[in-house]
Design a protein around this ligand. Structure first.
Ligand SMILES: Nc1ncnc2c1ncn2[C@@H]1O[C@H](COP(=O)(O)OP(=O)(O)O)[C@@H](O)[C@H]1O
Ligand SMILES: [Mg+2]
Length: 425
């Protein structure tokens, strides 16, 4: 009799364990970015604004050094202040610096490699480009000292995108890093990054540049009849117009260097050592853009290494069992008096039973809304997953991710070992 009872209890226990998602995770390994991190030398993290690109780029760097020895560099673009502080990049700017081993030890994070970080500095990036491509010292100094230099280069649309890739090219070429991960700048359209090198090259052949470099006097003469130029001359002053003309005349001297370089940068994007990681949340607009981006990468023969579905709701919220349980709980709570369920929970939590009853009822009756969102997210995830060989999901982690511990939690999901995340949250 006792043996029968023990058997029954054991069967019950087994059934309970079976229904736990953790159990499923053990049988079917979760998708992991480990193979990607081990096989590529350059990774570009792209996606629409606010989806978690900067955070994922940093966490990918950490994941890489957790997994393997070697030197990994993360080039960030716009880290949130607290994350920047945690990575120590506030005062370092363009120059890569290594996160000290002690910082990982303090955070209780074990690593095997070296993690270096740098922040994209567009001013320094432009200076470097001018130094490299100026045909002689006089041109170089004249451009750098032109009073409009900073202003004009700063206004080059998408120059951030271009410079991020320029630096990727440079940093990879130094041969100092086994892997360079580049966070990409916020832009309205994630695709602009792919076109940035071509746009830079096209600018040199453009009519705009030709017009801008027509000698100043003859331009005035040519357009003298047009009121706009007369007004511009009067309002802005001929000095200003001359500075602009001078700048672009000098700029044009660097044409061949710039074009050659833009082509090299473009080639980098289709290099087999490069892969894109597309980050997206599963809301309508970012997911739509991520799809478009992944499809465009494919068309251009650029590798979609993986898709990261970030800040997702747990998929099992959408199960029929969960809905049935919520309905049950809704019916059992919320009427006059305190329900048995609330009483039982309050005994464990030590809270006021009537309050617990209200909370349970609210949660249970609103559960369907959440389940509906989770179901929609699951559909979008499926659509995205069709576009890449690897898709990983990262849940909405508690609080902002602003330190090595937060990054380590995220890294666990990227590596497909979420159990390891438990201790990091
Ligand atoms: N999985 C996540 N869980 C919780 N917060 C996240 C997660 N991923 C990113 N965040 C937070 O979202 C915000 C935006 O992330 P960020 O990486 O700066 O986005 P992007 O670079 O795409 O603009 C940050 O405050 C970050 O800490
Ligand atoms: Mg960012």
């Amino acid at each position: 009799m006792a043996a029968k009872k023990a058997k029954k209890t054991a069967a019950k226990k087994a059934a309970a364990t079976r229904s736990k998602p953790r159990r499923q995770a053990q049988t079917a390994p979760l998708p992991s970015l480990d193979p990607l991190l081990a096989s590529r030398e350059m990774i570009l993290v792209a996606g629409s604004g606010g989806v978690g690109k900067t955070t994922v780029a940093a966490a990918l760097g950490l994941a890489a050094v957790q997994r393997q020895p070697g030197r990994v560099l993360v080039l960030t673009v716009d880290p949130a202040r607290r994350l920047a502080t945690a990575l120590g990049i506030e005062s370092f700017g363009n120059t890569p610096h290594r996160i000290p081993t002690e910082a990982f030890e303090e955070a209780g994070v074990t690593i095997r490699g070296e993690l270096h970080v740098a922040m994209l500095d567009t001013k320094a990036g432009w200076d470097e480009l001018i130094r490299r491509h100026a045909p002689d010292a006089a041109t170089r100094e004249a451009v750098l000292e032109n009073p409009l230099y900073e202003n004009i280069t700063g206004r080059f649309v998408h120059s951030h995108d271009y410079l991020a890739m320029e630096q990727l090219h440079d940093l990879h070429a130094t041969g100092e890093y086994d892997l360079v991960i580049v966070d990409t700048p916020p832009s309205r359209n994630a695709l602009t990054i792919l076109d940035a090198p071509r746009r830079m090259a096209d600018f040199f052949g453009s009519r705009l540049l030709r017009w801008l470099t027509v000698p100043y006097r003859s331009r005035l003469f040519t357009f003298a009849s047009k009121p706009f130029y007369q007004v511009a001359d009067r309002v802005l002053g001929s000095r200003f117009l001359q500075d602009i003309a001078d700048f672009f005349v000098l700029f044009q001297k660097m044409e061949s260097g710039f074009i050659k370089r833009a082509k090299e940068v473009e080639a980098l994007l289709v290099d087999p050592r490069t892969a894109f990681v597309v980050v997206s949340t599963l809301e309508t607009a970012p997911a739509h853009e991520a799809r478009f981006l992944a499809e465009s990468l494919e068309e251009r023969k650029m590798a979609v290494g993986a898709i990261v579905a970030n800040r997702v709701l747990p998929a099992d919220l959408a199960s029929t069992e969960a809905s049935a349980a919520a309905r049950d709980l809704g019916e059992r709570t919320g009427s006059d008096g305190v329900s048995d369920v609330a009483d039982a929970v309050a005994t464990v939590t030590g809270d006021d039973a009537a309050t617990v009853d209200r909370v349970l009822h609210q949660m249970a009756t609103r559960f369907d809304d959440l389940a509906m969102v989770a179901a929609r997210e699951a559909d979008r995830r499926k659509e995205l997953a069709a576009l890449a060989t690897t898709t990983v999901s990262v849940p909405w982690l508690h609080g902002d991710i602003h330190d090595l511990n937060g990054l380590a939690s995220l890294a666990c999901y990227l590596r497909g070992v979420p159990d390891g995340a438990d201790s990091k949250q």
